[in-house]
Design a protein around this ligand. Sequence first.
Ligand code: A2P
Length: 326
Amino acid sequence: MNFSAANHRIPLSDGNSIPVIGLGTYAPPKRTPKGTCAIAVKAAIDVGYQHFDGAFLYENEHEVGEAIREKMAEGKVQRENIFYCGKLWATSLTPEMVRPTLERTLRTLQLEYVDLYIIEIPMAFKPGDDVYPKDENGKFIYHKTDLCATWEALEACKDAGLVKSLGVSNFNRRQLELILNKPGLKYKPVSNQVECHPYFTQPKLLQFCRRHNIVIVAYSPLGTSRDPGWVNTSIPPMLEDAYLTSLGKKYNKTAAQIVLRFNIQRGVVVIPKSFNPERIRENFQIFDFSLTDEEMQKVEALNKNIRFVQMLMWSDHPEYPFHEEY
Ligand code: A2P
């Protein structure tokens, strides 16, 4: 694949396409000053990013929409050159909640459609406004999960023109097969957003997805912010890896640029989050070099097959996706 800063889309199975790099927008809401996300999105658009990965759950989706609309009004970008991915959270998986939840995202963004809408995790929680519903003992309240019924409601949203492409996130092979084998399936998932980087390269899931024309979108492609609240910090910081930094020296690049290049070069979409203008620019400078086949294999061999993002607090959910090998 020959990507450039101006042209770096990869085709999706439904005829649409996705820019191979996007800006991640999750930052801890309580520790992030208001307006930071909007400034970052605008800086990213100026640098050439076309793809933004967000969610209502992140509490800053209105800032992403505001930034996109401002840049469109300035004439810097047109809507068709922007790709926004939104997410359906675990408390909205019941079919009747799907469309109103997507419509709320569209109102928040003040956009007419999203390019991609994905099921954020395959585990349903008690429906309602409380996004982390817990009982009086502090235990999460789960809900019966029927991913096929949720999917049918999403298909109706695509038919209504509210979303261009449909995908999933944190799905394992069995859960993907559940959708792919659904009787009467109208639209296949175009993508599966999962953790993916040189320490967790996802060889088996990637192979399965390739076979089914499902694009892998890599979250935490730089190895996460290492927030001990939700990240397994027993794995050493990936960006300090000796081989990755030595490759960086060879190409006059940072380890971050090496790991992003590794994924895009094998057709995996990356969505590094940064709200820092220099790092936003740095993460986009990955189109002016390429790794050799041998280097690609050596980076692949760094795989430790251990997740940074384990979501262990939900490991007793019947649809917890990470008990299975992939
Ligand atoms: P910052 O926003 O200060 O740049 P995620 O796993 O959610 O994608 O988060 C990526 C983390 O890595 C963020 O904490 C982000 O912080 C940081 N980061 C982003 N780009 C770089 C980079 N080029 N080098 C080092 N750290 C980075």
